[in-house]
Ligand binder design. Structure first.
Ligand code: GLP
Length: 259
């Protein structure tokens, strides 16, 4: 099962993950990070930005999880723009080392295979940051996605388009298609760190952590991973049946284990 850590606040979660990333980069300066977009990982990026002077991030490589298809990269809500604004600039990363799937229509037929090849060439992802959608999606792997899937084009559910409409002028402006790392791609990352905050995420978290492993709730793929950490606030943890056990287990966690 995934290790579940229940924290007091988003900032506490951000600080924990930033500490783990700092330790990873200190041990492996060429570490490969899997980056997530959405509002959830922002506290991690903020905490990393605060300590950037004490870290050498010049040799890390990054791979975003997903991108909209057909949205110009210059659009402020393309995930390339979001990653530049929220990760590359505040952390002073080399933009050439930070990859985002290419959602351009001209090259879309081979963009998935190209992305998989780039991840492989970089030596695979060491730590993958994840959020979770209200449909239970990770990356943009909507319910029904194959556990073996690799980076490919998917059609967004109406629910996800509604959820993401807040970033656009209207729901109609949210692209219909996306390109996303597959569940099989995510599974190959060496450490998965999934964050979730707020009551709206409670059902998806309960399903992902304690429900049956099913493609109907893609986040449940974490249960098949050998090293998965789930960091949630009290609200997102509110439907977990074994919350007391997770608290007890974390309170007694051996210090040498890290995250
Ligand atoms: C988006 C992204 C996911 C993200 C999720 C949750 O659609 N593709 O990677 O985890 O939705 O978003 P948020 O963190 O804003 O709740």
């Amino acid at each position: 099962m995934a290790e579940v850590i229940i924290v007091e606040s988003k900032d506490a979660a951000g600080a924990l993950v930033a500490e783990e990333i700092a330790a990873l980069v200190a041990a492996k300066p060429t570490a490969v990070l899997g980056l997530a977009t959405g509002s959830t990982p922002l506290p991690v990026y903020r905490a990393l930005a605060e300590r950037r002077d004490s870290m050498d991030l010049s040799k890390i490589t990054g791979f975003a999880l997903d991108e909209y298809v057909g949205l110009p990269v210059e659009h402020p809500e393309s995930y390339r723009s979001v990653i530049n604004r929220e990760v590359v600039e505040p952390l002073g990363l080399d933009p050439d080392r930070i990859h985002v799937p290419n959602g351009s229509l001209e090259t879309i037929e081979h963009a998935g295979a190209d992305y998989e090849a780039a991840i492989e060439a970089a030596g695979g992802i060491d730590l993958q940051i994840l959020g979770i959608g209200t449909t239970g999606h990770i990356g943009f792997n909507e319910p029904g996605s194959s556990f073996a899937s690799r980076t490919r084009v998917k059609t967004l559910t109406e629910q996800t388009r509604r959820d993401n409409a807040r970033f656009f002028d209207s729901e109609d402006d949210v692209p219909m298609h996306c390109i996303t790392q597959g569940l099989g791609t995510i599974h190959r990352a060496r450490h998965l760190v999934l964050l979730a905050f707020g009551e709206g995420k409670a059902p998806a978290i309960a399903g992902a952590v304690e429900g049956p492993v099913t493609a109907s709730l893609p986040g449940s793929a974490l249960q098949l991973h050998e090293r998965a950490t789930v960091i949630v606030d009290e609200a997102a943890a509110s439907q977990l049946k074994n919350a007391d056990y997770y608290r007890h287990s974390y309170a007694n966690k051996p210090t040498w284990q890290g995250l």
